[in-house]
Design a protein around this ligand. Structure first.
Ligand code: UDP
Ligand code: MG
Length: 327
């Protein structure tokens, strides 16, 4: 991710711009790449508009880099961006989005789980309805493993609660973005960008295209459970301070409980039904436990504010200003 901000503003619509950029993060996909090209190229060539395909090689260690180089000689529209090391799917997407020149940018997985044939439909829908975002929504996930489907269901339910109900369920990273959305995303200093949450949150006019999630064309998944867990963690922490707030809540509850206990301990003490020393001991213990948790929670509140300041997201996003539209 480092250094990507330096590219801001060096290109955009204007010199060398194309109608469509297709961003494909690629990590060790030697087996599926030829299959992808065989299906993607006819679709894009058939569109009859200038396009570019941005393959972001996310530090592949197999024959992928050589293969991409070979493919490029026969396919002038193919552009290869090579990352120095494996940085993860979302980071590879970021690299692609930051460098794409198209008036529309579509991100698609390399493994053919997202059918390239849907691309023209996305473009047509965006143009017909003047949409800035078109989500590819997986209508049928039977091709995914039961484990993947179950975890996905939990993930999307949680995310809709945290990031808002406008997050479309089962919309992954197969989507179309217009140039204004891409430029807005580029301007965000957010580090762990989780696009499937961030983009709905921006609130641009959007539509959906439902498609059937296919089996992986070839090769194996590059998303082991560890990476899935990381994505979930990034998703939660980038949209919610709830885990931090938990300490405050627990602290407040224990303070109340402590007060109740205090009253009870004093009553027991007054009636003399206790060992000497027990009352003062239990009160001190409860009191400090509650105070510590509460202070931790307070620290958490400040950390939460620092966290959101570092993310520096805009508090609003203007859709339209009548005065500017007149110019
Ligand atoms: N990918 C990547 N970097 C990674 C892992 C995956 O660029 O570290 C790419 C991968 O090549 C594919 C896409 O991200 O194009 C989605 O990965 P995959 O299909 O393995 O995930 P799954 O569909 O199993 O969730
Ligand atoms: Mg896949």
């Amino acid at each position: 991710m480092y250094g990507t901000h330096g590219t801001r503003g060096t290109h955009g619509p204007g010199s060398g711009s194309v109608a469509l950029s297709v961003v494909v993060p690629v990590f060790d996909e030697e087996e599926v790449l030829p299959l992808l090209v065989a299906r993607l190229r006819p679709v894009l060539d058939g569109g009859g508009e200038p396009y570019e395909v941005l393959a972001v090689d996310d530090g592949s260690t197999d024959a992928t880099p050589r293969l991409l180089e070979e493919l490029r000689t026969a396919w002038p529209e193919l552009r290869v961006v090579t990352l120095r090391r494996n940085s993860g799917h979302q980071a590879a997407l970021t690299a692609g989005l930051h460098r794409a020149r198209g008036a529309h940018v579509i991100s698609i997985d390399a493994d053919l789980q997202d059918p390239p044939e849907v691309i023209p439909d996305m473009l047509a829908l965006a143009r017909a309805d003047g949409l800035d975002v078109v989500y590819g929504v997986r209508g049928d996930r039977t091709a995914d493993s039961p484990f993947k489907r179950r975890t996905a269901a939990v993930y999307y339910r949680l995310m809709r609660r945290l990031a808002g109900a406008h997050v479309p369920a089962h919309a992954g990273d197969f989507r179309l973005l217009s140039r204004p959305v891409v430029d807005t995303l580029k301007a965000l200093p957010d580090q762990q960008q989780v696009y499937r949450l961030l983009i709905p949150w921006l609130g641009y006019p959007s539509g959906q295209i439902t498609y059937r999630r296919e089996e992986r064309g070839a090769g194996t998944t590059k998303y082991p459970v560890r990476r899935m867990a990381l994505l979930a963690l990034d998703s939660v922490t980038s949209f919610s301070a709830v885990p931090l707030r938990l300490a405050t809540a627990i602290g407040a509850v224990s303070l109340v409980v402590c007060l109740a206990f205090l009253a009870w301990a004093l009553t027991v003490h007054a009636t003399g039904n206790t060992v000497p020393g027990w009352t003062s001991l239990i009160i001190t213990m409860l009191f400090f436990g509650a105070v510590q948790l509460f202070c931790l929670g307070m620290l958490g509140e400040y950390v939460a504010r620092i966290h959101s300041a570092v993310q520096a997201r805009p508090t609003y996003c203007v859709a339209h200003d009548t005065d500017e539209a007149q110019r």
